[in-house]
Ligand binder design. Structure first.
Ligand SMILES: Nc1ncnc2c1ncn2[C@@H]1O[C@H](COP(=O)(O)OP(=O)(O)O)[C@@H](O)[C@H]1O
Ligand SMILES: O=C(CO)[C@@H](O)[C@H](O)COP(=O)(O)O
Length: 531
C-alpha cells in the first residue's frame, strides 16, 4: 500500500452547490470530511444553488473566483481543525462536468508565482477573461449544437466521434457561443479549462491538462483515439487546440503541489497532484462500480451511469472514457430536474421538512394508486420537455394531486424516467442487478425504497454520500501504485464494499409492469425533440 497507514490521500469535489473534501488514510479509512457551501458560506457571490440563472432563463453561470475562494476557505477550515497536511502523499479531485473556465492572458505567470502569504482569491482575481463560467445547467446553445452536428455530418456522426450528439451544456458549444458573443474576451483567453482541470491547476500552480474521462463531455474529443477531434475543434472556434492544451490519462500524475501549498499549509514538497476528472467519473471510482451494476447519483443533477466495455454511441445518452480502466468506458444519462424539484415539492407539500417528505412516502403505496407525474421545473435534457405533467390512474391529465400523492408521484416519475432511459440504452435489470445510489438524496432511505421498488432491484450505498470525493482520494492512491502496474480494482480490493440499504418491497415484482411508462405520452420519453 502506497506509503503505509500513516500516509493520507485527499479527494476534492468542486460540485454545483459546494466544494467538498475527503481524506483517506493508507488503510483506506475515511479520516476527514469537510465542505464549503457556496450560497451560505460565500454569500458575497449571491448564488442560489451555486449558480446564477440569467434573465433569458437559459444561460447559467457560476463565478470562477467563487471556486477559488471556496478552496481558500476549505483549506483554512482543515488547518484550523488540526489536519496534518504533511501526511498527504497525493491529491486528486473532480468537478461538476462540462463547465469551463476562461483564463486571461498572463494568468499562467500568476499561477506560477503564487505568494504563500496571501489568499488565492486575492491573487487570481484578475486572471479570468470571463468572470462567470458557463456550467452544466446552461441550455442556451441550441444554435451552436445544430451547427456542430451539421459541420461533422449529423448527430449520429458526432456521437460516433465524441460519444454524444451535441448537447447544450457540453463545452464545445459553450466555447462556440463565447467565441461569437464575446469576441474580445475570447481573444484575451490564453487557456480554457474544465472545472476539473481548473481545480488541479490551482494545486499545481500551472495549467493542468484535461483528463480523458471529463474531456469526453465536451463534444470535442475523439473518445476512441483519445485526442482532440480537429473537425469538432474547427466547428467550435479557431485555434482552439492551443487554448485547450493536451489531454491526459485520468490516472496521470501531473506533478507535485506548488510551493504555495508547502509553505502556506505544510504539504510535503513530494505530494503528488493526480489528474482531476468529472464528478460522475469520480463517483464511478468511489462506488467501485462493477460491470452489470447500475449507479444512480442523486446530487444537484440526477444521473444514471454504467461501466461498459463495448460502447455503441447513439443519439441518446453519453459515452465517456472510463476514469479507472483505460480499456473501458462508462455510459451516462443526466437529468437536470433532480434535487431542486425535490426541494420545491418538499417545501410546498411537506413544510420544508425531509422527515415529513419521507413520512408521505411511507404513507402512500407503491404505484401511487396509478397516479404519476413528471416535474420539469426547468427544460429537461432527457427528454427536452418542460412543465409539470400529472396523470391519474386512467392516464388522463390532471392539474393537481393531494400533497402526499404529489410527493410520491414526483419520486416515482423521476425513477421511472431513469429506468426507461437506462433500458433504452440497452441496460437489462437481471436477477443479480445491484443499484448503487449516491449523492445528497441517497442519505434518505425512503427515497431509496422508491428507487428499489421502481427498479425492482436491491439498492446499495457506501458510507459517504459524496462518492466523487472518495473516488478521487482512491484515484490519488491508485495513481501512485499504478506506476508498479497495479490495476484500480487490485489497489482497492480492501476498501469497504457497498452495503445493502433497501430491498424491493414484497410485491414489487408483480407491480413491475404497473410502473406504466406506457401511459406517458411519447414526448415525455423521447430523448430528442423532433425537428
Ligand atoms: N435527507 C435528504 N433527503 C433528500 N434529499 C436530500 C437530503 N439531504 C440532502 N439532500 C439533497 O442533496 C442535495 C445535495 O446533494 P450533493 O450530492 O451534495 O450535491 P452536489 O454534489 O451537486 O453539490 C441537496 O440539494 C438536497 O436536496
Ligand atoms: O451534467 C452533468 C453530467 O453530465 C452533471 O451531473 C454535472 O456533472 C453536475 O453534477 P452534480 O453537481 O449534480 O453532482
Amino acid at each position: 500500500m502506497a506509503g503505509g497507514a500513516d500516509s493520507c490521500f485527499l479527494g476534492f469535489d468542486f460540485s454545483t452547490q459546494q466544494l467538498k473534501v475527503i481524506a483517506v488514510d493508507g488503510n483506506l479509512e475515511v479520516i476527514v470530511q469537510s465542505s464549503v457551501q457556496f450560497d451560505s458560506e460565500l454569500p458575497e457571490f449571491r448564488t442560489r444553488g451555486g449558480v446564477h440563472i440569467h434573465d433569458d432563463k437559459l444561460t447559467v453561470t457560476s463565478p470562477a473566483l467563487m471556486f477559488v475562494k471556496a478552496l481558500d476557505v476549505l483549506l483554512e477550515k482543515m488547518r484550523n481543525a488540526g489536519f496534518d497536511f504533511s501526511r498527504v502523499k497525493a491529491i486528486s479531485g473532480s468537478g461538476q462536468q462540462h463547465g469551463s473556465v476562461f483564463w486571461r492572458k498572463g494568468a499562467r505567470q500568476t499561477l506560477n508565482h503564487l505568494d504563500p502569504q496571501k489568499h488565492l482569491h486575492l491573487q487570481l482575481q484578475e486572471c479570468f477573461a470571463l468572470q462567470d463560467c458557463p456550467v452544466w445547467m446552461d441550455s442556451s446553445t441550441s444554435d451552436q449544437c445544430q451547427f456542430l452536428e451539421a459541420a461533422v455530418g449529423g448527430a449520429q456522426r458526432l456521437a460516433d466521434i465524441t460519444g454524444s450528439r451535441a448537447y447544450e451544456r457540453f463545452t464545445g458549444s459553450q466555447i462556440a457561443k463565447i467565441y461569437r458573443s464575446k469576441p474580445e474576451e475570447f481573444s484575451e483567453t490564453e487557456r480554457i479549462s474544465l472545472i476539473s482541470s481548473f481545480a488541479s491547476s490551482l494545486f499545481l500552480g500551472d495549467y493542468a491538462p484535461i483528463d480523458f474521462s471529463d474531456g469526453s463531455g465536451m463534444n470535442l474529443m475523439d473518445i476512441f483515439e483519445r485526442r482532440w477531434s480537429q473537425v469538432c475543434l474547427d466547428a467550435a472556434a479557431p485555434q482552439l487546440a492551443e487554448r485547450l492544451g493536451d489531454l491526459t490519462p485520468s490516472a496521470a500524475v501531473l506533478g507535485c503541489v506548488s510551493l504555495y501549498y508547502t509553505e502556506r499549509f505544510g504539504f510535503a514538497p513530494s505530494c503528488k497532484v493526480v489528474a482531476f476528472t468529472g464528478d460522475n467519473p469520480g463517483s464511478l471510482a468511489g462506488m467501485r462500480l462493477q460491470e452489470g451494476d447500475l449507479a444512480v447519483s442523486l446530487g444537484t443533477s440526477d444521473t444514471v451511469f454504467l461501466w461498459i466495455r463495448d460502447p455503441r454511441p447513439s443519439t441518446e445518452g453519453h459515452i465517456f472514457c472510463n476514469p479507472v480502466d483505460c480499456g473501458a468506458y462508462m455510459a451516462l444519462i443526466c437529468f437536470k430536474n433532480g434535487s431542486f424539484p425535490r426541494e420545491r415539492i418538499r417545501d410546498e407539500c411537506a413544510g420544508g421538512s425531509w422527515e415529513r417528505f419521507s413520512a408521505a412516502l411511507r404513507s402512500t403505496p407503491m404505484g401511487n394508486h396509478g397516479n404519476l407525474g413528471m416535474y420539469f421545473d426547468v427544460m429537461e435534457i432527457t427528454p427536452p420537455a418542460a412543465g409539470v405533467h400529472r396523470f391519474n390512474a386512467e392516464g388522463q391529465r390532471v392539474s393537481w394531486f393531494e400533497q402526499d400523492v404529489e410527493i410520491r408521484a414526483l419520486l416515482e416519475g423521476q425513477f421511472l424516467a431513469k429506468r426507461v432511459h437506462a433500458e433504452k440504452l440497452g441496460y437489462k435489470i437481471l436477477a443479480g442487478t445491484r443499484v448503487l445510489a449516491t449523492g445528497g438524496a441517497s442519505s434518505n432511505k425512503d427515497i431509496l425504497q422508491v428507487l428499489s421498488d421502481v427498479f425492482n432491484a436491491p439498492v446499495y450505498t457506501i458510507d459517504v454520500t459524496d462518492s466523487a470525493c472518495l473516488g478521487c482520494a482512491y484515484r490519488a492512491l491508485h495513481a501512485l501504485e499504478a506506476e508498479t502496474g497495479a490495476s484500480f480494482t487490485e489497489t482497492l480490493r480492501n476498501a469497504p464494499e457497498p452495503q445493502l440499504a433497501v430491498r424491493p418491497t414484497p410485491g414489487a415484482q408483480e407491480h413491475d409492469a404497473g410502473y406504466g411508462g406506457n401511459k406517458l405520452p411519447d414526448e415525455l420519453l423521447k430523448d430528442r425533440r423532433q425537428t
